[in-house]
Write a protein that binds this ligand. Structure first.
Ligand SMILES: Nc1ccn([C@@H]2O[C@H](COP(=O)(O)OP(=O)(O)OP(=O)(O)O)[C@@H](O)[C@H]2O)c(=O)n1
Ligand SMILES: C[C@](O)(CO)[C@H](O)COP(=O)(O)O
Length: 273
């Protein structure tokens, strides 16, 4: 894959090169119900018949402009060895927090031929419903931007703050939601500035945009969609399965016929792709 990475990078103009980076080193403590039979990390739990992260990676494989996608896994994690594909490769650079995993992945991209001015699209392994069209829309919206940006979703519900006390959790106030968005991924920034921002803000940054914001920048918000949610709680597996099943049976699962020819049997011995 490294050779392929270098030759693919050499073939593209340096100003408009795009990489994927999928942090995949979490454990999913909120998603795995207490007493669950399987303690596999959530990104490897079966969803619509396949490990969750493979749906995520299939979407990235369907985006022609990506030179490759680095999947940042925990040290010693060989789960994805069983699913080789020309569009992605794993690096065991997972850290104790998501930001540390992302930082390890960014440095690994540079070590493998990416340039500091290249764009990177960082995307949660756990957002398995993203589509190639959404990823392309983010690239279209941000490739000419001086900062970069992210997919987001405007808040649909009334927003409350809470106070806890002996009487249980109670409403403290209702907040104006007119300017509130839920931050989604992918989040797209140039590799060099993003490394600088994460190093500056430290390991607790929960997303790339907040690190860039800490540098005084204002990332572009690009509408994603309600379906691009993050599988976080036990109920989310059923919801993700239902959406994927509907897309498969409705014939709208474009990721299976993506730009890289992602279809059944591309990789011998791999039943998914
Ligand atoms: N140290 C970490 C923590 C998280 N992630 C990744 O970051 C994404 C978003 O994080 P989240 O949904 O919070 O995943 P977990 O940390 O696994 O979940 P939890 O907080 O419930 O344990 C996931 O794809 C997860 O694998 C990571 O790569 N490295
Ligand atoms: C990056 C993210 O998906 C934006 O919503 C999210 O912050 C990651 O999950 P976490 O629970 O904050 O680790």
């Amino acid at each position: 894959m490294t050779d392929l990475l270098h030759s693919a990078a050499a073939a593209q103009p340096a100003q408009g090169r795009f990489w994927g980076l999928v942090p995949c080193a979490g454990t999913g403590t909120r998603a795995i119900a207490a007493g669950a039979v399987s303690t596999l990390p959530k990104q490897y739990q079966p969803v619509a018949g396949h490990p969750l992260v493979l749906h995520t990676l299939a979407a990235f494989a369907g985006v022609a402009r990506l030179l490759g996608t680095l999947v940042a896994v925990a040290p010693g994690d060989r789960f994805l060895d069983a699913y080789p594909h020309s569009a992605w490769f794993t690096v065991e650079c997972g850290g104790p927090t998501r930001a540390q995993t992302v930082l390890g992945g960014l440095r690994a991209l540079l070590a493998r031929g990416a340039l500091a001015q290249d764009w990177v699209l960082v995307h949660d392994a756990a957002r398995c419903l993203v589509t190639p069209a959404q990823i392309d829309a983010l690239i279209d919206a941000c490739a000419g931007d001086g900062v970069g940006g992210l997919l987001g979703h405007k808040l649909a519900d009334t927003l409350k703050t809470a106070i806890g006390g002996p009487g249980g959790v109670r409403v403290a106030s209702t907040v104006d939601r007119s300017d509130k968005w839920l931050a989604q991924t992918p989040q797209m920034f140039r590799i060099g500035p993003l490394i600088g921002a994460i190093e500056h803000v430290g390991p607790s940054a929960t997303d790339e945009a907040s690190a860039m914001e800490a540098m005084g920048l204002h990332p572009r918000l690009v509408p994603g969609g309600a379906q691009n949610f993050k599988v976080t709680y036990p109920d989310d597996f059923a919801l993700a399965t239902a959406v994927l099943a509907q897309r498969m049976h409705g014939g709208t699962l474009e990721r299976f016929g993506g730009a890289r020819g992602v279809g059944m049997g591309e990789t011998p011995g791999n039943p998914f792709f």
